[in-house]
Write a protein that binds this ligand. Structure first.
Ligand SMILES: [Ca+2]
Length: 177
C-alpha cells in the first residue's frame, strides 16, 4: 500500500498532514512495505501526478500522534520526503511527531526526511524504535522532555546527528552549529 501526500503549504494553519487521535496499525511485510511519501515520488505507486519523471520533489510535512491516541505500530514501513526543507523559520517537529504517547517503529526505513532538521520527534514519549534505518536526515531522532523510549539495533546513513536530546547531539558527539 502506498499513501501519498500533497506538498506542505506553509502558513496554511494546517501543519499536520495526518493527525492521529485514535490508532494507526501500519503493518507491512518485508516484501510488501507500506509507504508514506510525497505525491511527487514516482518510485512508489508510479507517476501519480501523470507529469513524467519528477526531478524536484515537494515535501509533505508530518504525521502527528496526539496525547489521546492509542499505541500505534509501524512495521515494515517506508516513510519518505516528509518534513520541511527550511530550518529556523517555522516550528519543526519532524516527519513523525509523537506527543506524550507511545508508537512502535519496527523495520521502518526513514529516508529523505527533513534535510534541514529532524526526522523523528519524540516529546515525553514512551516509544520503541527497532531495526530501523534513518537515511539522509539532518537530525534523525530528537528527544524532548521525559525519555522512556527504547532504541535497539538502528542504523544511520548520511545523518548529521543520530540522536539529539535536550538540544545536544548525544550520538555521535559532534559540534552542531
Ligand atoms: Ca511524476
Amino acid at each position: 500500500m502506498v499513501v501519498k501526500f500533497e506538498p506542505y503549504k506553509p502558513w496554511s494553519g494546517n501543519d499536520d498532514n495526518l493527525i492521529v487521535k485514535g490508532k494507526i496499525e501500519a503493518i507491512g511485510s518485508p516484501t510488501e512495505k507500506i509507504v508514506f511519501t510525497s505525491i511527487d515520488d514516482d518510485e512508489y505507486g508510479g507517476d501519480t501526478k501523470n507529469d513524467g519523471i519528477t526531478t524536484s520533489i515537494s515535501y509533505w510535512n508530518r504525521i502527528h500522534f496526539t496525547p489521546e491516541a492509542a499505541t500505534s505500530t509501524f512495521q515494515n514501513v517506508i516513510i519518505s520526503y516528509g518534513g520541511l526543507t527550511g530550518l529556523g523559520w517555522y516550528p519543526y517537529l519532524g516527519v513523525v511527531y509523537v506527543e506524550k504517547n507511545s508508537v512502535i517503529f519496527e523495520d521502518v526505513y526513514f529516508k529523505n526526511n527533513g534535510p534541514s532538521a529532524y526526522t523523528l520527534y519524540l516529546e515525553n514519549s514512551t516509544s520503541t524504535v527497532r531495526n530501523s534505518i534513518f537515511e539522509n536526515s539532518w537530525i534523525a531522532i530528537n528527544i524532548v522532555g521525559q525519555d522512556q523510549n527504547v532504541f535497539e539495533n538502528n542504523a544511520f546513513q548520511n545523518c548529521n546527528c543520530y540522536v539529539m536530546k535536550d538540544n545536544q547531539c548525544i550520538s555521535p558527539i559532534s559540534s552542531l552549529p
